[in-house]
Each structure stands twice: as C-alpha cells, then as structure tokens.
Design a protein around this ligand. Structure first.
Ligand code: IFM
Length: 451
C-alpha cells in the first residue's frame, strides 16, 4: 500500500436532514425556511422540494444497512430543528426526537459511530418570520434546542457539531438570496454571521455543561489564491476575501476575537450595536475538533472598479476567476492541492486543534453501465483528495478523519435533484439505491485504511 493512514483514522460519509429525509409534514414536523424557499417561483431548479427527497425518514434502516455493508465507520447526519421544535422554541416534539433515537440506535447496532450536526440550514420558518438569523434571539433559541437534543441522545452520541457552514447560511441566505431564506441585504447577512457564531458559542457551552465531551464546528473553508502572488494589489484582493470567507469564523473561535478588519465591517455595515460586550468571549469557547468542508479553492484577481461581491463584504475591486482546468458538474475546479494547503495553514495558524474533513466530494453526471453506475470521475476526485490529506498528515497535520459528501444522491439545494453528489445512486421515482463504483472503491479504501 502506498498511502497508509494513521491507526484510528475515521472513515465515513455525511448527509443533511433536509437533503435526504423527506416526510416534510410527518410526525409533527413544522415548516423550515427551505420548505418555504423551495416553493418560491424560480428559486430552486424545476420547482424541486425536499418533501420526499430520499425518503430516508422511512428508509433509514435500509440506508444504515448499506453503510454497514460498505464498512462506513462514522456517519455524519443532521437533525432537523423544525422536527424537534416545530415553532423553533417551546416544548419538544417527542415524535421528532423519536426518529433520531431510532436512527442512532440503528447506527450503533451496525457498529457505526454517529456524528450529529445540530444545524444544517433548515431554520424553523416561524423563527425566520421573527427576523431569522439577523435576530439575536435566535442564537438563544438554538442553544435551547441543542440542549433538548442532547437530553434525548447525549447518552449515545459522542460527536456533536453545532453548525454546518455558517458562511453559507449567512451570506448565501441573507446577502444574495440564492439559498433560503432568500434575502438580499448585506447588513442582515453580517448580523446573521455574528448571531450564528454566537449560537455556536452558546450551544457549545450548554452542551459542555450537559456533559458532551467532543464538540465541534464545521466550516466551509478554502484557500483564496491571487492570480499573481508577487503583486501587492493581488495579495490585498485575496486577503480581503479570505478575511470574510475564512478568518471571519476562524479568528473569533480560535483566537478569542474578530480581527479589526472584520469587527469594523460588522460594526459599520450591520445594524448598530451588533457585537455586544462579552459576545466574543462566548464565541471563543474551546472546541475539540474543527470540521472542514473543502470543495475547491477560491481564485481571485485584482480588477479596480469591480463592484463588491455581496457574499464577501469589502471585496470591491476583486474579480473572481473561472476555473482553468477540469471541473465537476457544479463547474467547480478540481484542485486537491488546495486541501493540502488549507490543512497546513490551519495547522500553522491554529495549532493544537484536531481537524476532520466533514465533507469532500463532487457532483458528476453519472454514467450507467449494465445496471451499475461507473462514476470514474468521482473515484479520481476522491483519490486525489485523499492523497492530499495524506500529504498533509505526513507534514505533521493532526487530521483525524475523512467523510465523503455524500452517501446518497440528494436534494442539492438550489440545484434540486439534478446534481448528484452520492456514492450511492438514488432513483427518485422508485427510491431504489444502487451503490456506484465509488462506493465500492471507498469500501476497499476503508478496509485497507489507505490507498
Ligand atoms: O450539498 C452541500 C452540503 O449541504 C453542504 N456543503 C456543500 C454540499 C455540496 O454543495
């Protein structure tokens, strides 16, 4: 074997509630912002919704059995807040908790370690009606919800993640409206970013007080690469994007506070008094693991006069370069070196924080061959990124695991079901699951603990 991974390395896969569960109105679940958004005209491809999705709510046992057959060691799933608290606050809906209880037991019985994410973008609609993440109160409601889930599952779940990709929730949801709730207002997005971080801090300390031993946060991070690294203007362009994509979240969590640039942005462009005394201390709760979702680097160049891209406040004069080489079906560049760079940077800038890849994967237009799915592109993608992880580990990075996005083809947000990220093909008419070549390949990687 050429690329052996450390003993105890976690091999797994990930999904999210709204993308796979379906059963949108079952057992007392309330509506989420994605139920509303997907019904707005022309927001989601072809009017697709998560109403049925992969019907995982009813087929979870079959999906767990599939994972067991593949040898999956860790399964990262998210809990639907509106299933647990249909109005976002108030008493728990026991039938909602029952589902995750059954899922957890099924996973444990199959020898699969559950990793639970509390928020993967499906805010209860009633909370959005009260201002959503731009309203500070939501952070406190989130901590209450976290404790409700912990009370029921804390005896069996060892790995807790507060938020998935708060940058996406804040900026894709509130600055440009390509995701739910579909608002286009930079100041609300900045408020949302701060309140998401606050929610993370409040939930982390509440979970810790309740006895959780491993608490993590998952961020979508990417190296921001200037076209000409020897040019000062180019570096400044890259630095301003990096400040809002990466450091806006990393610095307050790991360094005790926002950088002056980010703090200034939050105070100047968001409604007054956003960052209150004590907030930064709350956000800086120690965590045990940082989850990284890596898909591709962000390529930029300085072009004076270019208007700000609202998802990166302060990015005026920055142009976003298209991919040069091979891309996935999302049009994202395939650049595994970006993952090694990112891991090394995190190891250097935030030493002592164990890392785990909580998502990496790709959408491709799969080719069906004799009833099977020959997704050679996905195999090559995963193999390239696993080598990138191995490189980082051999340079001293404390990387504890790798989870493929995703187990199943699923509801890819604004792209609906047309972009397929799964290692397992889903026929959305019949709900038939067919492991693709990548699933079989990954299974062998897991068995060998390496490539
Ligand atoms: O499908 C998403 C997931 O929900 C969050 N991270 C990126 C994936 C691919 O776009």
């Amino acid at each position: 074997m050429t690329f052996a991974f450390p003993e105890g390395f976690r091999w797994g896969t990930a999904t999210a509630a709204y993308q796979i569960e379906g059963a949108a109105t079952e057992a007392g679940r309330g509506p989420s912002i994605w139920d509303t958004f997907s019904r707005m005209p022309e927001r989601v491809y072809a009017g697709h919704t998560g109403d049925v999705a992969c019907d995982h709510y009813h087929r979870y046992a079959e999906d767990v059995a599939l994972m067991r057959e593949l040898g999956i060691g860790t399964y990262r799933f998210s809990v639907s807040w509106p299933r647990i608290k249909p109005d976002g606050t108030g008493p728990a809906n026991p039938r909602g908790l029952d589902f995750y209880d059954r899922l957890t037991d099924e996973l444990l019985a199959a020898g699969i370690e559950p990793m639970l994410t509390l928020y993967h973008w499906d805010l209860p609609q009633t909370l959005e009606d009260r201002g959503g993440w731009a309203n500070r109160d939501v952070a406190h409601h989130f901590a209450d919800y976290a404790i409700t889930v912990h009370k029921r599952l804390g005896d069996r779940i060892g790995l807790w993640t507060t938020l998935n990709e708060p940058w996406c929730s804040a900026f894709l949801g509130y600055a440009v409206g390509v995701h739910a709730p579909g608002r286009s207002d930079v100041s609300s997005a900045l408020a949302a970013a701060h309140h998401l971080l606050l929610a993370h801090g409040l939930a982390t300390s509440a979970l810790r007080a309740a006895g959780a031993t491993t608490v993590s946060l998952t961020l979508n991070l990417a190296p921001v690469v200037p076209a000409d690294p020897s040019d000062a203007l180019e570096n400044d362009a890259a630095d301003r994007v990096d400040a809002m994509l990466n450091r806006l979240f990393l610095e307050p969590v790991f360094k005790g506070g926002y950088e002056p640039y980010a703090l200034d942005m939050l105070e100047r462009r968001a409604p007054g008094g956003l960052v209150r005394d004590g907030d930064q201390e709350l956000i800086a709760q120690p965590i045990d693991l940082l989850g990284i979702n890596y898909y591709h680097p962000c390529l930029v160049t300085a072009r004076p006069g270019t208007p700000e891209n609202p998802v990166y406040p302060g990015s005026d004069g920055v142009d976003f370069r298209p991919a040069m080489g091979k891309t996935t079906a999302m049009g994202w560049p395939i650049e595994p070196w970006g993952l090694t760079d990112l891991l090394e940077r995190l190891h250097r800038d935030y030493p002592g924080v164990p890392l785990i890849i909580t998502e990496n994967g790709a959408a491709f237009d799969d080719v069906r061959v004799d009833g099977g799915v020959a997704d050679h592109d996905r195999v090559a993608f995963l193999e390239g990124h696993l080598r990138a992880c191995h490189d980082a580990i051999s340079r001293g990075v404390d990387l504890r695991g790798y989870l493929v996005w995703s187990l199943l083809d699923n509801f890819e947000w604004a792209e609906g079901y047309r972009k397929r990220f799964g290692m397992v093909h889903v026929d959305f008419d019949t709900q038939l699951r067919t492991p693709k070549e990548s699933a079989l390949w990954y299974s062998k990687v897991i068995a060998r603990n390496g490539l």
